[in-house]
Design a protein around this ligand. Structure first.
Ligand code: NAD
Length: 364
């Protein structure tokens, strides 16, 4: 049976990357029934100014699985970010970013193999903010003072950091389930519970409770600043990290940098019964239509999708084929060459050709 998957090409470099990825996915021998849906600025006029038409959301709800290219968020003009809207509308509460080094990639770190699981709905990203000087900020400051709270300076803007029991429980349980499904050995909860007792402290306490219910997998915790140092000094000791929204954002970029940058970092967003696979990088509009951008992060997102679809052999074949091409260093885009102006750099579609050739050898 073919897997029905919603394919959102996106804009900027998105269409080229998703096309290259569709080709390598099909070359694994797995059958797909692609449900192609457009979203973003280019189609919003057709849908009454809405860059995320309802039919796209309905399609994802129906298939439960989407492969997505990046989508541009134009600055200003009241255009809401399709990426944020997707996360909100579909309650995609877990963001996954695996960070793995492949031989041949220029990086200061060897044999990194980490998975960052980031809570995606609350924390300082909840959007509860009061502008400095506003009546609301003053009212809140007065209320805080009436409860015995002290501010170092009263001319403050205020962002609220909600972290809930239910939000923490579901993200930590997700991290354990992900670890189990993917043969990982340990989950580390990352927090600043020593300072923020009622938000991060709650996160740690609930994480420990969930860990006790999942004792087939090792568990520990780290304070976020110490975690950053340990990640670069004792990388091997860590496996799956689970973090509240803000620390997850920061630490996932740290880990991406450790494995060679955004061009190589896949990603996925999960909600209940829904998974959307997409690279970490954006739509790099300056390279749009030039057959220049590196498709590997999009393809590695495809590898994650194959695992999600229980096509583990195909996933491993594709990952090995990508690793072979990286290792040889010949058929790679400009960003993976020793110098960015290297004339031997190939284009997006030639990377796909080289991977398909490797897959041919592997699948046959
Ligand atoms: P970006 O990731 O698009 O680009 C930053 C730079 O990284 C590029 O100029 C390019 O030099 C390089 N780069 C990125 N991807 C590459 C690739 N595959 N191959 C080679 N080089 C690559 O980030 P940005 O410029 O901050 O954002 C551009 C647009 O993308 C914005 O509108 C932003 O909102 C959007 N964006 C979308 C998503 C998403 O769809 N999930 C994520 C991030 C940013």
């Amino acid at each position: 049976m073919a897997h029905r998957v919603t394919l959102i090409p996106g804009d900027g470099i998105g269409p080229e990357l998703t096309e290259a990825t569709r080709r390598v996915l099909e070359a694994t021998g797995v059958d797909f029934d692609w449900d192609v849906r457009e979203a973003g600025a280019d189609v919003m006029e057709q849908y009454g100014g809405n860059p995320l038409p309802d039919q796209v959301l309905d399609a994802i709800r129906e298939t439960g699985v989407a492969l997505k290219g990046p989508i541009t968020t134009p600055i200003g003009g009241g255009f809401r970010s399709v990426n944020v809207a997707l996360r909100k509308e579909l309650d995609l509460y877990a963001q996954i970013r695996p960070c793995k080094t492949y031989e041949g990639v220029r990086t200061r770190f060897e044999s990194v193999d980490l998975v960052v699981v980031r809570e995606n709905t609350e924390d300082l990203y909840a959007g509860i903010e009061y502008e400095q000087g506003s009546a609301e900020a003053q009212e809140l400051i007065d209320w805080i003072k009436s409860k015995g709270g002290k501010l170092a300076h009263e001319d403050a803007g205020i962002s609220v950091k909600p972290i809930s029991v239910s939000g923490t429980r579901r993200i930590v349980q997700f991290a354990f389930d992900y670890a189990r499904r993917n043969g990982r050995r340990k989950v580390t909860a990352v927090h600043k519970a020593n300072i923020m007792k009622f938000s991060d402290g709650l996160f740690l306490r609930v994480a420990q409770e969930v860990a006790a219910e999942n004792d087939d997998i090792e568990f520990d915790d780290r304070i976020v600043d110490n975690m950053c140092m340990q990640l670069v000094q004792r990388t091997d000791e860590y496996d799956v990290l689970v973090l509240p929204n803000l620390y997850g954002d920061v630490v996932s970029d740290l880990c991406a940098g450790m494995v060679g940058g955004l061009g190589l970092t896949p990603g996925a967003n999960f909600g209940e019964g829904i998974a959307i696979f997409e690279p970490t990088h954006g739509s790099a509009p300056k390279y749009a239509g030039q057959n220049k951008a590196n498709p590997m992060a999009e393809m590695l997102s495809g590898v994650l999708m194959l695992h999600h679809l229980d096509e583990h052999d195909a996933a491993e074949n594709l990952e090995h084929a990508i690793a072979d091409v990286i290792g040889e260093g010949r058929s790679v885009t400009y960003d993976m060459k020793p110098r960015r102006d290297d004339p031997t750099a190939v284009g997006t579609s030639e990377v796909a050709d080289a991977i398909i050739e490797k897959l041919g050898a592997r699948v046959a």
